[in-house]
Design a binder for this molecule. Structure first.
Ligand code: AMP
Ligand code: ZN
Length: 109
């Protein structure tokens, strides 16, 4: 579950500070440290999964919750007119942190 070398696992554990947006038993959300839009946050599962390509059928409910949380938090963060999402997967997909995360970003409307 917890990978001691993973920066996002350390954020979940409070070992690295983050600007938290949301937390429940299974999910954690925080503002991206290098935002590409006025609002840019990440939603991650607390369970360490390397990438979307590493998710299994057992993770489907978790993936559904992660995706379903995006519009709710986007609205709370002021993205009333819509938002963009991205899940970078693998080196070829531009993934830099190998703990599954969805980017949610946009301009407050
Ligand atoms: P990706 O290319 O999808 O793996 O993106 C990783 C994202 O994590 C980048 O947008 C980084 O700016 C962000 N990031 C890396 N370290 C931190 C951190 N300590 N706190 C918040 N965001 C981070
Ligand atoms: Zn991790």
């Amino acid at each position: 579950m917890h990978d001691p070398h993973c920066i996002f696992c350390k954020i979940i554990a409070g070992q690295i500070p983050s600007n938290k947006v949301y937390e429940d038993d299974e999910l954690y959300a925080f503002h991206d440290i290098n935002p590409i839009a006025p609002v840019h946050f990440l939603i991650i599962p607390k369970q360490h999964i390397d990438s979307l390509a590493h998710a299994t059928a057992d993770d489907e409910a978790l993936l559904g919750k992660l995706l379903g949380l995006a519009p709710r938090l986007a609205a709370e963060q002021g993205l009333k007119n819509g938002f963009k999402t991205a899940i970078n997967t693998g080196r070829g997909g531009g993934q830099e942190v190998f703990h599954l995360h969805i980017h949610v970003f946009g301009h407050p409307g």
